[in-house]
Design a protein around this ligand. Structure first.
Ligand code: SF4
Ligand code: SF4
Ligand code: SF4
Length: 160
């Protein structure tokens, strides 16, 4: 499988500026200052989607699966880097890239099938094609659609 390094960098929370962007649910402001890189959250995640990333900071690897928002990672954090008291774990939303198979006329419904929130629905276009459309008011950024995409064109981005 070809690895899209730009996408991997995005999911890892690192941009070209080198600044670390927290990609942990319930990450507090100034996460990198508060986090002690103890990896207790990584060990606590039953979904095994948390990995130790660059610099020893935890991050979510959506290529493995989506987050269930069970809260085990936040409960395990003894340093206050993850705050389950926040109103939302994060404001990430799924975005489907233009190279999506369905957008190119090749039938694929993998992402829609993976979305238990029913935030990712297929809309019929003229000519008979059906393309995925994310309803941002429903999408919770769980990332479950990411791992199921056979060509890895779905990313999570901050809500507009
Ligand atoms: S909320 Fe649960 S599933 Fe999501 S990263 Fe934390 S421990 Fe893993
Ligand atoms: S448990 Fe808290 S302090 Fe430890 S690595 Fe995870 S976020 Fe950082
Ligand atoms: S991130 Fe989760 S809720 Fe949003 S479209 Fe993907 S599977 Fe559905």
């Amino acid at each position: 499988m070809t690895i899209n390094h730009a996408r991997r960098a995005f999911l890892g929370g690192r941009r070209d500026t080198g600044a670390y962007l927290p990609r942990m649910p319930w990450a507090v402001e100034g996460f990198t200052t508060v986090c002690q890189r103890c990896s207790d959250c990584v060990e606590a995640c039953q979904e095994r989607i948390l990995v130790t990333g660059d610099g020893g900071y935890p991050k979510v690897d959506f290529a493995r699966a989506g987050c269930t928002f069970c809260g085990a990672c936040a409960a395990a954090c003894g340093y206050g880097a993850l705050d389950p008291g926040l109103a939302h774990p994060w404001s990430l939303k799924a975005r489907v890239g233009e190279s999506c198979l369905s957008m190119r006329g090749i039938t694929c419904r993998a992402c829609g099938d993976a979305c238990t929130e029913r935030a990712l629905r297929f809309q019929l276009q003229t000519g008979g094609r059906a393309v995925p459309v994310v309803n941002e008011s429903i999408c919770n950024g769980c990332g479950s659609c990411i791992a199921t995409c056979p060509i890895q064109v779905i990313q999570l981005e901050e809500a507009a």
